[in-house]
Design a protein around this ligand. Sequence first.
Ligand code: PEP
Ligand code: MN
Length: 294
Amino acid sequence: MATGQRTEAHRARRAAGIPDTRVTLQAGLEVGGREFVVFAGPCAIESGEQVEATARAVHAAGAQAMRGGAFKPRTSPYAFQGLGEPGLKLFAEASHRLGMPVVSEVMDASQIPLMLDYVDVLQVGARNMQNFTLLRALSKARKPVLLKRGLSATIDEWLLASEYLLDGGNTQVILCERGIRTFESATRNTLDLSAVAWVKRHSHLPVIVDPSHATGVRELVIPMSLAAAAAGADGLLVEVHPEPAQALCDGAQALTPALFSTLMQALAPVLSAVGRTLPLPERVGPAMASGATR
Ligand code: PEP
Ligand code: MN
């Protein structure tokens, strides 16, 4: 670093004359504009049937994009690690069939070329937020990056991590608040919604919220999603599984398709109260809109 160079986050900071960043997922779909964007799908891609069932359900309920992991960062090396490339293939097929862009986690710089073939947005997981080699490599990728906040990262550290992407030339960055480690143990993490409001005020980057990892508790996902929308988030990253009890990963926090549909319906009035829109497409029929509470 040359002396006199600025070391604080400055490319990520809001400044006079700098418009809010809009991240383009596909033609006509951007994160960071008026439209609230929901990425929904399983924690991990498990099988063709599971991906297909989830994709159909979240698409029918109005999600604009899908999430799903093929490379899973698991606390235990004995836990399911993800399907790898065959999983990405299943995911991309479902995404193309339904015209929904997808986000999936990249754990290592060596996986970037493979991921670019299959996904629209590259996710950096909480455990990798300060993997600076990975961030530098992603700064050269020509696809958007979803940067999750680290488990114990301050807002400043999070913005400095985004700075690696911006400084290297990738301006298509979405931040994701996914809860932080605190003394609280009733929930998996503590959802820091003040961070969302703070970052919206001090940065031009879009911020979405992951209420699934933030709480770890299915019943808390809808209320925290609504709170995130009210706090000014630009979208959500939500785990949905057709049969949460059978999930190979994070079943306790997965919404069922019916609950996901309930969430989408409940978001509309909250978003309209804060001047945002959630274009529920025509595919959301009355059958989806009513009585789906399980
Ligand atoms: C995920 O979204 O699949 C995930 C592993 O989340 P996090 O990195 O926030 O723990
Ligand atoms: Mn998960």
